[in-house]
Design a binder for this molecule. Sequence first.
Ligand code: ADP
Ligand code: MG
Length: 335
Amino acid sequence: MTVMDAEIRCEDLVRIFTAEGVEVQALQGLNLTVEAGDLVALVGASGSGKSTLLTILSGLDRPTAGAASVAGHDLVTMTPGERQVFRRDTVGFVWQQTARNLLPYLTAVENVTLPMVLGRRRSDRAARRARAAELLDVLGVADVADRRPAELSGGEQQRVAIATAVANGPRVLLADEPTGELDEATSADVLDAIRHVTTELGMTTLIVTHDPAVATHVRRTVRIRDGRTATETLRRTALDEHGHELHVHEEFAVIDRVGRLQLPREFVDALDLRDRVRLGLETDHVRVSSGTQVDAGTGADPGAAPERPPGAAAEPSTPDGLGPTGDHREPEEDA
Ligand code: ADP
Ligand code: MG
């Protein structure tokens, strides 16, 4: 097994589905790293590959190419037997469809107890029941322990589902749109419950959602577009001028190991970027401009661009200001 230290790691992950002779590239070289103990939201339009990724991470499906590991288990080379144990003990999952998470004829506490019967930790009936009651309590649904799923609200069902998913103490919790069928207020409560249980049990959690509001509940939001990681939004706490705490969200483009990044569609459209673009290396940024325009005065000089972003405007060219080929000086008019 390759050395993969992060709790979740995907490298150049590809998943191609072939249905009736038509190939669908659900994942097209996706990269993702989630550190132990982190809670990360994965967002993206419908069809962008979110469920495909989660199905692979949960050990239900295999990638077509690329590398993936969860909690030190290599998902590509895992044997069927290892896969079964992995799915039982290492990862927990919560699905969007509330009905898929719980058995309808068992009460909440019986649903939570069930995975422990098969789990790696040998425990007696009383111990299992005690742990189930404790988990229901952590998730704020202790009072509905003896009800069946049909007698629970959607939010309660998902909380019980989370308790069931973490019953065997998994290192990683995967949730595919766990709030997709819930209203806004209930969604917020369930997301808070996931955050709470992640910290409480020391897990690593990846939540898929199409709800942009989720970013306010997590430190890190990863956006996938067309089967690739496109941007990340990090939330940090800052102080305003009155000394009050405020949450700052900053969106970053993701650059992979070999330097590839995806430009936002709005940027591509705004400058009509197509087929090829010019790149220029500045002292503190990289310039991307339309490949069709010819810059006045410098001819085919790839380093010349008509405009500069604010903030870099007054910066004089430095003797070591190198262009993309490393042998290029800043054009005169930039100085
Ligand atoms: P998301 O969860 O982001 O909505 P999915 O991962 O479900 O996206 O799907 C990504 C793409 O892969 C879609 O185009 C979808 O139609 C396709 N896809 C997903 N699963 C299969 C499958 N089993 N067979 C064929 N195509 C699939
Ligand atoms: Mg999906």
